[in-house]
Design a protein around this ligand. Structure first.
Ligand code: PLP
Length: 432
C-alpha cells in the first residue's frame, strides 16, 4: 500500500510526509511513482496484454509534466493531449509523436498546425469545420494525417453534470443526426488529406457504472455498421475513451478496469464476427484512474475558528488554487493530520482554503484528530485534476510537485515564486 502509518506519522510510498513538508514546504503535491506504475500495469494486464491490437492513451489533462511523460512512455502507453501546451510538453519530453493523439472541442489553427507539423499519430476531430482546417493544412504541407470522429453518443452518465460529456446537449463531439454525420463520414473517406480511422466517444468522468459506456458502444457499433453498409468502408479503429472512476471517499464504489472493458470487448468481438470484419483496433483514454489515487497534497494548518454550535473551520495554506474540484463540482475528499496519523479522530471540522471566496472549502465535515496550528494535513487522492487545474487566484503561487518512490523524493515541478507570477506583466509607459 502506498500510504501507511508508523509512530503516528503518515508515510507515502515510503516517505515520511511530515519530513517532506518540512524539507520542501507546503502546499505540496506528492505523487507516488510506485502507484502510477501499478496502475499502468493494471491496464496492461486487464487490456493491452489481454487483447491484441489495443492501445491505452493516458489522458494528460489529469496530470501532465515532463516527468509524467517519461513514466508513461516507459510504461508503454500512448498519450492523449488536448492543447498546444500539452502537446508541446509531450514533445519536449521526447514522447514519440506517432504515439500522441490530439483531442479538443475547439482546436485552434495553430494547434492543428503544430500537431500536423509534428506528425502526431491521431487527431480526434470534433466538428466538420475542423476537418476543413486539417485538410487545408495537410494540402499546404503535402501530407496526410490520421483522424477519428468524436461522436456525441447521446447518453447521460451518472456523474456530476460538469464531467458528463456524452449527452446530446454537449459541446463535445459531432451529433449523430443523419444529415450531419453521414456527409462528414463520406467526406473523410474520400478526402485525399486524411486517413479516416473511425470513431471516438468519451461519455464522462469518475464513473462507477458501465451503463453509459455500453450504451455509447452500441451507438458506435451501429455507426460502424452504417458506414460499412452505406460506403463499403470498414473503419479500422474505435476509441472508447476514459472515465473509469477512482476512490476519493468510502462513498465511491470503485470498479476494476475489467468491469468496464471486458463486456465492451465482448460486444465488439461479437459485432465483428457478425459483420465478418477484422475487429477494429481498440483505444482507451484513462486519465484520472492512472494518477488520482497516486497523489496526495500536504498543507500546513493555520487559523482555527470554532464558531460555537455552528462549525469549526480549520484553514490550510492552499485551497481552491491547488484543488478547484470541491468548489467546481462539490468533489469530496478524505484527509488526515499527517503528524497525528495514529491518533483518534475526535473532531468534526470544515477544512477551508485561504482564498477570498466563501466557497473555498476543501472538505466539509472532515473527521480529524484535534488540529492545531502548524500541523500537517494530508488530503488523499489529489493526483488527478489538481496540479493540472491549479490557478494563481489571489496571486497564490502554484505548489511544488514531488515524485516519491520507496522512501526517495525528487522535485518534478518547482514551486512557483512571486517573481514567476509577475514575470509576464508589463507596466506601460503611461503608468510609469
Ligand atoms: N478522453 C477525453 C476525450 C476526455 O475528455 C477525458 C476527460 O475529460 C478523458 C479522456 C479522461 O477521463 P478520465 O480522467 O475520467 O479517465
Amino acid at each position: 500500500m502506498k500510504s501507511e502509518i508508523k509512530n503516528n506519522i503518515l508515510y507515502f510510498d515510503g516517505c515520511d510526509t511530515v519530513e517532506l513538508a518540512k524539507k520542501y514546504g507546503t502546499p505540496l503535491y506528492v505523487m507516488s511513482e510506485t502507484a502510477i506504475v501499478e496502475k499502468c500495469r493494471e491496464i496492461r494486464d486487464a487490456f493491452l496484454n489481454k487483447h491484441e491490437r489495443t492501445r491505452a492513451a493516458y489522458a494528460g489533462k489529469a496530470f501532465l509534466t515532463l516527468s509524467m511523460c517519461k513514466i508513461i512512455e516507459r510504461e508503454g502507453l500512448c498519450m492523449d493531449v488536448v492543447s498546444g501546451g500539452e502537446l508541446y510538453t509531450a514533445i519536449k519530453a521526447n514522447f514519440p509523436p506517432e504515439k500522441i493523439e490530439l483531442n479538443g472541442n475547439n482546436k485552434s489553427i495553430e494547434e492543428l498546425e503544430l500537431a500536423i507539423g509534428y506528425n502526431i499519430g491521431r487527431i480526434i476531430v470534433d466538428g466538420l469545420d475542423e476537418l476543413e482546417i486539417i485538410e487545408s493544412i495537410c494540402k499546404g504541407k503535402g501530407t496526410k494525417t490520421s483522424i477519428l470522429y468524436r461522436i456525441t453518443p447521446g447518453v447521460k452518465s451518472d456523474s456530476h453534470d460538469y464531467i458528463v460529456t456524452g449527452k446530446k446537449d454537449s459541446k463535445f463531439g459531432i451529433p449523430l443526426d443523419d444529415e450531419v454525420i453521414f456527409p462528414a463520414i463520406e467526406r473523410a473517406i474520400n478526402s485525399p488529406y486524411v486517413n479516416f480511422m473511425g470513431f471516438h466517444f468519451h461519455v464522462g468522468s469518475q464513473l462507477h457504472n458501465n451503463d453509459s459506456h455500453l450504451k455509447a458502444l452500441e451507438t458506435a457499433l451501429k455507426l460502424i455498421k452504417d458506414t460499412i453498409d452505406k460506403y463499403n468502408y470498414v473503419t479500422p479503429e474505435l476509441n472508447i475513451g476514459g472515465g473509469f472512476g477512482i476512490k476519493y471517499t468510502d462513498e465511491d464504489d470503485k470498479k476494476s478496469y475489467a468491469y468496464f472493458l471486458d463486456p465492451m470487448m465482448e460486444k465488439i468481438d461479437e459485432f465483428s464476427k457478425e459483420q465478418n470484419i477484422k475487429r477494429p483496433e481498440i483505444v482507451i483514454e484513462p486519465g484520472r484512474s492512472i494518477v488520482g489515487e497516486a497523489g496526495i497534497t500536504l498543507y500546513t494548518i493555520g487559523t482555527i475558528k470554532d464558531i460555537k454550535g455552528i462549525r469549526k473551520y480549520v484553514s490550510v495554506d492552499g485551497g481552491m488554487t491547488d484543488n478547484i474540484r470541491p468548489a467546481l463540482y462539490q468533489a469530496k475528499y478524505e484527509s488526515i493530520i499527517a503528524n497525528k496519523a495514529g491518533m483518534p479522530n475526535t473532531d468534526m471540522v470544515t477544512i477551508s482554503g485561504k482564498c477570498c471566496e466563501s466557497g473555498d472549502i476543501l472538505i466539509k465535515d472532515a473527521n480529524l484528530a484535534s488540529a492545531e496550528r502548524g500541523d500537517i494535513l494530508a488530503v488523499f487522492s489529489t493526483g488527478a485534476y489538481g496540479h493540472s487545474m491549479a490557478s494563481n487566484y489571489n496571486k497564490n503561487p502554484i505548489p511544488a510537485t514531488l515524485l516519491v518512490k520507496d522512501g526517495k523524493s525528487e522535485i518534478i515541478v518547482k514551486r512557483q515564486t512571486y517573481d514567476h507570477m509577475i514575470a509576464n506583466e508589463v507596466i506601460p509607459e503611461s503608468l510609469i
